[in-house]
Design a protein around this ligand. Structure first.
Ligand code: THU
Length: 163
């Protein structure tokens, strides 16, 4: 239960101009990624950008499928690509944003539980939280400095699985 004490608080910003230059850049990259989403069914384009410790930038977007569960969220497209192409390099920061095709999303979207669990795997692997920057198409920006802990305080930890 010591997880609770480590639970982080989200920092809220009212404008992208309040972010550091590096965070602004990453959030803009996530917005570019959202333009490349393949979301003909939900019409809900999600974009994700990752900054790796070696300076490499990775972008991902949601990829849907007519057999709905076969599609994948933007976050997992990006983090699995990072894990496969740069297996030894920690992810420092992840920016996530959305651009719905038929309306404006004016608040941050939270990653789904499956994405949070997947992201947390890489936090455990490198023993380092992945900072998360969240924004809708417009509006407030939330930053979690402690990574997935802010959203998944009771997550499944590897130490609980005695292998
Ligand atoms: N989606 C993401 O890409 N990330 C999330 O964290 C939530 C949902 C995608 C999945 C699907 O393509 C669309 O958004 C609507 O659920």
């Amino acid at each position: 239960m010591d997880q609770i004490k480590k639970e982080s608080v989200l920092t809220r910003y009212s404008s992208i101009n309040e972010l550091s230059t590096a965070d602004q850049f990453l959030l803009k990259e996530a917005k570019h990624a959202a333009e490349k989403a393949y979301a003909p069914y939900s019409k809900f384009n999600v974009g994700c950008a990752l900054l790796l410790e070696n300076g490499v930038l990775i972008r991902g977007s949601n990829q849907e499928n007519i057999a709905y569960p076969s599609g994948l969220c933007a976050e997992r497209v990006a983090i699995f690509y990072a894990g496969s192409e740069h297996p030894d390099v920690p992810v420092l920061t992840m920016a996530i944003t959305v651009k719905a095709q038929n309306y404006i999303v004016d608040e941050p979207i939270m990653s789904c539980g499956a994405c949070l669990q997947s992201i947390s795997e890489y936090e455990m692997k490198f023993e380092k939280p992945i900072r998360m920057i969240l924004q809708g198409e417009t509006g407030e920006i939330f930053i979690s400095e402690n990574g997935t802990r802010a959203f998944l305080p009771f997550q499944f930890f590897v130490k609980q699985l005695k292998l």
